[in-house]
Write a protein that binds this ligand. Structure first.
Ligand code: FPP
Length: 262
């Protein structure tokens, strides 16, 4: 997949085409991670129950996933359910799980058509057996795909992930002297994947909410006021255009601007 493929998919005359033209294909983020927030507020503004916001948010998941796959991103990680989300009313948690199950059943064909590999990060063992069975099935059926890696964070907590990684490291036989940042990262749920270059959060909140705490060390953070159910292809493209204008220094200094080069 490539920027050209994305542009061929956007209907002629759509303003998204102009945005897509602004993207530099050689400077794409490899990994985009998204904190999907604002579903409850989206529903509240429409005098609807909160769960209607989650239901509407699924269309955003579809559009962002297909855009990412067509654009040629390597990894997309969506924060769908945190370890803290169990504190929500049982009916809301039940609806979120039901939506997830339905989503997996209805979207498997799209994942296969778009060469997307599905992967769960978090503690799936804490989820109900029927949900786990759907997740395993989607991961298994898409395991041979070579395009976008779609991580879904479920029963996920960044601190829990670090604790789990420490436990795995301690039982792995790795000598403490051989443990460094690179070897430790292999024990994270995202072991072997590039760290997120771009972290997007919708609904204007300036928090990282226990998401990918280790991996976002050098991520560019992009916060938009758009509520998740309103987040569309255009919003993702805008975030990528903004990311490409950032000067990533990783704690160093900006490279000198060569004479005559802008
Ligand atoms: C945060 O909004 C959103 C969530 C906790 C769940 C996200 C879930 C979905 C988008 C739907 C299911 C996803 C998949 C992949 C099928 P919030 O409820 O905290 O909103 P608020 O801050 O406005 O209350």
């Amino acid at each position: 997949m490539s920027l050209d493929q994305l542009m061929a998919w956007i209907p002629p005359g759509s303003p998204d085409l102009e945005l897509a033209r602004q993207i530099q294909p050689d400077r794409l983020p490899q990994h985009v991670a998204i904190i999907m927030d604002g579903n409850g507020r989206w529903a509240g503004k429409r005098h609807l129950p909160r769960v209607e916001g989650h239901r509407a948010g699924i269309q955003s998941v579809r559009e962002v996933l297909e855009t990412s796959a067509r654009l040629g991103l390597k990894v997309l990680t969506l924060y769908a359910f945190s370890v803290e989300n169990w504190k929500r009313p049982a009916a809301e948690v039940g609806t979120l799980m039901m939506l997830l199950k339905r989503y997996l059943r209805s979207e498997l064909a799209t994942l296969l058509e778009n060469n997307i590999r599905f992967h769960v990060i978090g503690r799936p063992e804490g989820l109900a057996p029927d949900i786990r069975a759907e997740l395993d099935d989607a991961a298994c059926q898409t395991s041979g795909n070579s395009g976008l890696l779609f991580n879904i964070a479920l029963n996920y907590g960044g601190r829990a992930e670090i604790v789990d990684a420490v436990r795995t490291a301690m039982t792995s036989g790795l000598a403490p002297a051989d443990l460094d940042e690179e070897s430790f990262a292999r024990f994270l749920y995202t072991g072997g994947q590039p760290d997120p270059d771009l972290l997007i959060r919708t609904s204007g909140e300036m928090r990282v909410s226990n998401f990918l705490l280790w991996q976002i060390a050098y991520a560019e953070i992009y916060v938009t006021d758009t509520l998740w159910p309103d987040f569309r292809r255009r919003d993702l493209l805008e975030a990528i255009v903004a990311y490409q204008k950032r000067d990533r220094r990783y704690g160093g200094i900006a490279p000198p601007v060569a004479a005559g080069v802008k």
